[in-house]
Design a protein around this ligand. Structure first.
Ligand SMILES: Cc1cc2nc3c(=O)[nH]c(=O)nc-3n(C[C@H](O)[C@H](O)[C@H](O)COP(=O)(O)OP(=O)(O)OC[C@H]3O[C@@H](n4cnc5c(N)ncnc54)[C@H](O)[C@@H]3O)c2cc1C
Length: 393
């Protein structure tokens, strides 16, 4: 079977809904992924290796903090940023996760809640990829319900002392700085964000091994034992659980686009394969009705997902987006992508489980994407609460 090369997916002239700048950003990211990530990603996935060599080239293309303004950031619109994450995840969800964490979960909170000194110290260096960050919210006993977190910060003189454990933290062992969410003892256990340099005594990060998903992304556990940080490391604008949730909203928005990229990769591969592979009377499997039904389902759902997230992106650019809109886009698009990965895997038959093709990797990756940044079911409850006014958590 000849190698299958991505051709793009556009059933209803979706491109005509994009302006020239948006198409240019998308095409630039697409070419970068095709030339730099696609050739190495299966090896990275097998080895469980994050392709760190791509950090600098991604920084040069403005991928980090892409929708922020100033500090060397690209100042992209939200739709442009979304198109970048779509292309990144067409390559691999793990690499897109790295960019989402760096941009939406570390640079965004520094930009939004940070002091001028914090912004000047971290944002330009993070934009250039010289400094990497991670976001520590989840704990071993608190995932969907981060409000239960046990990590504590105590004010002692002009310092804070942090104690706690964080789990499932993307980029934990490669980060220079961790945004740690902790309850502040002297402020009635209010949740606040802290910048913790990862070389501080008492801070430890260890990788989680044995993941069958996001293998090209680093995932770690963090331990903080009497970690002293100056009071100036508190993110002064942060306050309450709303602050980390604002960051998650940023990241979820990027994921909503990213999932379309993974779905496109699977669909396009399955379509091309089905035209080449022959079974029964020397006919391509694409000629069988049941295969066509699967392809139709996929292109139908991809197209709806594109329209949904474009509208959410336009609302975001107009400053009118609400968190439940982003929940709908994340919930729908990740579910849709996972279904596309499963259907595509099926169309490839036995070849679908081999890493000569990208499908099984996307399928395994998307299982994590369905869980992190608010599980599918948590987004169901967010939308349910929004339409009924009744909180069912
Ligand atoms: C690869 C990877 C990378 C990650 N990166 C990060 C990171 O960088 N930073 C970070 O802070 N976290 C990160 N996470 C953690 C992620 O955000 C959590 O896994 C997620 O919030 C779910 O929490 P949990 O795994 O503890 O599941 P749980 O909260 O235990 O949920 C288990 C199941 O119970 C369901 N459930 C829970 N509560 C309810 C309810 N009220 N009603 C109905 N169903 C419910 C859930 O939907 C789910 O199906 C990462 C996770 C993964 C897998």
């Amino acid at each position: 079977m000849p190698a299958i090369k991505f051709r793009g997916v556009d059933f209803i002239a979706f491109d005509t809904l994009l302006n020239d700048d948006e198409r240019l950003v998308r095409d630039t990211a697409r070419k970068f992924i095709e030339d730099n990530l696609v050739p190495i990603i299966e090896e990275c996935n097998r080895a469980g290796r994050f392709p760190r060599e791509l950090v600098k080239p991604m920084a040069d293309l403005g991928f980090f903090g892409a929708s922020l303004h100033g500090y060397g950031c690209a100042g992209m619109s939200n739709v442009e940023y979304g198109l970048v994450t779509q292309e990144l995840e067409r390559g691999d969800s793990g690499v897109r996760s790295f960019v989402s964490v760096q941009s939406a979960l570390v640079m965004y909170p520094i930009y939004t809640f940070g002091s001028d000194e914090q912004k000047n110290t971290w944002l330009p260096a993070m934009q250039r990829g010289e400094k990497l960050g991670c976001f520590g919210l989840t704990e071993p006993d608190f995932g969907s319900n981060p409000g239960g977190m046990r990590t504590r910060a105590k004010k002692v003189g002009k310092e804070y002392v942090l104690n706690g454990e964080k789990m499932w933290i993307t980029s934990g062992t490669i980060a220079d700085v961790a945004v740690i969410w902790a309850k502040v003892e002297d402020e009635g256990d209010k949740v606040r964000g802290f910048l913790v340099e990862t070389d501080r005594p008492g801070f430890k990060a260890e990788d989680i091994h044995g993941k069958w998903s996001l293998r090209a992304s680093v995932t770690s556990g963090l331990s903080l034992q009497d970690v002293h940080i100056p009071e100036s490391n508190l993110l002064p604008g942060s306050g309450g659980l709303k602050s980390p949730l604002m960051c998650l909203n940023q990241a979820r928005y990027g994921i909503s686009w990213g999932a379309i990229g993974a779905a496109m990769a699977c669909y396009d591969c399955a379509l091309q394969y089905s035209l080449l592979r022959k079974q029964f009377r020397n006919q391509p499997i694409a000629s069988h009705q049941l295969v066509q039904e699967k392809l139709t389902w996929m292109i139908n759902e991809i197209t709806k997902a594109q329209l949904l997230v474009l509208q959410v992106g336009r609302l975001k650019d107009a400053g009118k987006v609400q968190h439940q809109h982003i929940s709908m886009a994340k919930r729908n698009n990740v579910w849709m992508a996972l279904e596309c990965a499963r259907l595509s895997r099926d169309i490839l038959g036995a070849n679908g489980v081999a890493d000569d093709y990208p499908i099984m990797r996307h399928l395994m990756n998307l299982e994590s994407v369905k869980t992190y940044e608010g599980t599918h079911d948590i987004h169901t409850l967010i939308i349910g609460a929004s339409v009924t006014g009744i909180d069912a958590f």
